[in-house]
Ligand binder design. Structure first.
Ligand code: 4GX
Length: 273
């Protein structure tokens, strides 16, 4: 039942802290997932350990060479010829929750992280089973996308989330965004928690949460709402929402000016309390 990830990268250090904290760290300790980084540079054979070269035909930037990547992938395939190999690239199919669930049924994934202008096309042709994009923006490499994928996929592995939490119940499965959550204090600088949540009336609370989930989805993601399977009661609640008073959904507004952190210096600083 355990799942294994092999990450092919030029920057293995990027992965250590992010994947060892919190829930994924626990999942590794429990043996539910196994993560190994493979430094592509270790699979070069030349004195200068060259992993990239200029593009044939000219043009800007560098391209990752085929041989070190081929040797790195083959070193894993000798152990497991049926490993599924993924390349993270903006040209891939869009990553989403269903794809994460499908990948979680694979016992073993290789994640190839590209740098520079990408990899030699023959890597794709010869070794890649699936190309995946985490979104329409350009990053400096495939390492962060690989972490995003590992995180989203691992949540589907039984035992990774607490026993009271199933990834299947999260939003996106029912095509509704989640309802607003509150915890103590009741009154924060005059901003109070909705009274219904303190009423102890569980059916009223369920109705309120359902209505707020519908409100949020119709406001922010009408595309999702169109796919949702709405009950007759949902339609009635949505009707209440649509003819409701002006809707206060402040968190969805752009950042307020004057609330930004000061421009950063070099390095990452941990704010002292
Ligand atoms: N979702 N990147 C890949 C190297 C690269 C450059 C050009 C192919 C062509 C990304 C994303 C992403 C940055 C990973 C560039 N590969 N990956 N890398 N968005 O931006 O997956």
């Amino acid at each position: 039942m355990r799942m294994r990830f092999d990450i092919l990268t030029l920057f293995p250090n990027m992965f250590f802290s992010p994947l060892q904290e919190s829930i994924l760290g626990k999942a590794i300790e429990k043996g539910l997932i196994q993560i190994q980084t493979v430094n592509i540079r270790h699979f070069t054979l030349d004195k200068h350990r060259v992993v990239d070269d200029i593009p044939y035909g000219g043009g800007q930037g560098m391209v990752m060479k085929v041989e070190p990547i081929a040797r790195a992938i083959e070193s894993i395939k000798v152990e497991n010829p049926s490993v599924w190999t993924v390349y993270l690239t903006p040209q891939g199919k869009p990553f989403h929750q269903d794809l994460a669930r499908r990948l979680s049924t694979q016992p073993h994934l290789i994640l190839l992280c590209g740098r520079y202008e990408g990899v030699d096309e023959r890597v794709r042709e010869l070794f890649i089973d699936e190309e995946i994009s985490i979104g329409d923006y350009v990053l400096t490499g495939g390492e962060l996308p690989a972490m995003v994928l590992i995180d989203a996929v691992s949540r589907f592995i039984p035992g990774v989330l607490g026993s009271d939490h199933s990834a299947e119940e999260d939003s996106f499965f029912n095509f509704l965004l989640e309802y607003p959550q509150f915890t103590r204090p009741f009154d924060f600088k005059g901003n109070c928690v909705p009274e219904v949540l303190l009423s102890g009336n569980h059916s009223a609370i369920s109705l309120w949460r359902r209505r707020e989930a519908l409100r949020r989805t119709s406001l922010r993601r009408p595309d999702l709402l169109a796919k949702a399977n709405l009950s007759e009661e949902d339609k009635r609640l949505l009707g209440e929402v649509l003819q409701g008073k002006s809707i206060d959904d402040r968190a969805y507004l752009p950042d307020r000016q004057g609330m930004r952190p000061p421009a950063g210096q070099a390095g990452i600083k941990d704010k002292k309390k």
